[in-house]
Every structure is written in structure tokens, then in C-alpha cells.
Ligand binder design. Structure first.
Ligand code: 1GP
Length: 259
């Protein structure tokens, strides 16, 4: 009788790229909304951002994106840059075979079970069929939470409650998620407090992504010092293009890298 086969899920190509890159220090992701910046416009932003040192392009937004719009943006961006192009989904309609991967993320502190796991159950067979790499991730919204806090029906983690964030992040890790994302909300007046980043970083082993409200090098510095592995910016490029603020943030991440 043959031994039972143990099957584990190895990291996919994009996840391996991220883990490799993270050995050199923190990373920067540029979030582009294909509704605001469709097709070639998204590609132009991506080209500039990667030229300045950003490590990955996220495609997503806070409202509904059609699969066609996502597909057009993903194709244009992929043709323009050598880094992975990853979907930051709003739901099953954001899935497109033209990207390299999808953040397969559970909104950990939502009251709506659809956003915790049920929409995932609907999307998963399609992700498998089109062979899109799923990157398992816990997504945790910290106050103020902005629009994602509202539409996501989130019980936001208060800004003075690192212990609550640690609990969720550890739960994500113990559930087998391979990244955790602390989100203050797109356009938040201030980023996630560095006290929360520091507490979560010291508790979990999985890489820690931080986004929402990062608008300057001065915002980025304490988050990096607190141990953020990835900083995500979106609004800054939409409002100011790839100007001084964006360059300052990416340079700050670059300075924190070894070599
Ligand atoms: C939003 O964390 C991202 O999901 C980026 O936030 O738009 O505030 O940069 P900003």
C-alpha cells in the first residue's frame, strides 16, 4: 500500500518574487484605479512609478470595475512594466486573466460574511479556471477606514487599540494567510498609526503591507521604522502625479533597503 500523498500549496510566481524582494528590505506598491486611469493612462503611470523604484503595480479602486476595464488596464500595464501586475479586487467582477495575480483577500473585520469569505467562494472556481495566482491575504481596516470602511461594513480597529489589530493579524496568520494588509482607507487624512504597525510587526511572521493616507516621505518614515514590509500609495499619484511626494516616498523605501 502506498503512503498517503501530502499536498501543500507552494507559493506562486508573484508570491515568490515578493518573498525574494523582501529579503532586500521593504517594498513599494503603486495602486492604480483603472476607472480613473484606464488602459494606456494606467500604463503611463505604471511606467513612471516603476522607473522611480516602485516594485509592483496594484490595479483596483473603491467602486465597481468591469472585467473588461480591468483586463484592458492589466494588458496595457503588463506591456509597459517588468514588475508583477496584481488585482486588488472589489469583488468577483474585478477578476481578469490578464493580470499576474490577485490579492485573494478576506476583509477580516467586516460584519458582512460575503466580504469575509462568501464572495471568495463564488470567485475561487474562476480563479482556478483561468489559472490566476491567488495571494492569500488578510485585509484589516483601521480607523478612519474611509470608503472601504463604509461599503465594507467594517467594525474598524480604533487607532489606539494595537491589541485588537494584533489579534486579527495573528488570526490571519494562523488561518494560513500569507500576507496581512493594514488599511487606513484610501485618502485617509493620516496613515495607520506607527504604534499599530510596530505591535503587529512584532507579533506576526508574515509580511505586513500598510496603506491608506501615505502622502509624503515624512508619513512613510515612521511606518518603515515600525517595520512595515510594504507601503502602498494610490491617491498621491491621482492627485499629484509622480511628483515630489511620490518620489520622496519611493526614495524613503529605497533607503530602507539593503545593498
Ligand atoms: C488604498 O491603501 C490604499 O486601498 C492606498 O491608499 O489612496 O490613500 O494612497 P491611498
Amino acid at each position: 500500500m502506498s503512503a498517503p500523498t501530502v499536498r501543500s500549496v507552494p507559493p506562486g510566481r508573484v508570491e515568490r518574487y515578493l518573498l525574494d524582494q523582501l529579503r532586500g528590505g521593504p517594498l513599494h506598491f503603486t495602486l492604480i484605479d483603472p476607472e480613473k486611469s484606464p488602459g494606456e493612462r494606467a500604463a503611463t503611470i505604471a511606467r513612471g512609478a516603476v522607473g522611480l523604484g516602485s516594485h509592483l503595480i496594484l490595479l483596483g479602486g473603491s467602486t465597481g470595475i468591469s472585467p473588461a476595464g480591468m483586463g484592458a488596464a492589466a494588458r496595457a500595464v503588463k506591456a509597459a512594466v517588468p514588475v508583477p501586475v496584481v488585482i486588488f479586487p472589489q469583488g468577483p467582477d474585478s477578476i481578469s486573466p490578464d493580470a499576474d495575480a490577485v490579492l485573494f483577500m478576506s476583509l477580516l473585520n467586516s460584519r458582512n460574511l460575503d466580504l469575509v469569505v462568501r464572495a471568495h467562494a463564488r470567485a475561487a472556481p474562476l480563479v482556478r479556471k483561468i489559472e490566476l495566482e491567488p495571494i492569500p491575504m488578510g485585509y484589516l481596516v483601521i480607523a478612519p477606514g474611509m470608503r472601504v470602511g463604509e461599503v465594507g461594513q467594517v467594525d474598524v480597529v480604533p487607532r489606539d487599540d494595537p491589541a485588537a489589530a494584533v489579534g486579527y493579524a495573528l488570526a490571519a496568520e494562523y488561518l494560513g494567510m500569507r500576507f496581512v494588509y493594514l488599511e487606513a482607507g484610501s485618502g485617509a487624512p493620516e496613515p495607520v498609526p506607527d504604534s499599530i504597525v510596530r505591535s503587529v510587526r512584532s507579533a506576526v511572521r508574515i509580511p505586513l503591507i500598510v496603506g491608506g493616507g501615505i502622502r509624503s516621505a515624512a508619513d512613510a518614515r515612521p511606518l518603515l521604522a515600525a517595520g512595515a514590509d510594504v507601503l502602498v500609495t494610490g491617491t498621491i499619484t491621482e492627485e499629484e502625479g509622480l511628483g515630489d511626494a511620490f518620489r520622496g516616498i519611493v526614495a524613503e523605501v529605497g533607503r530602507a533597503r539593503v545593498g
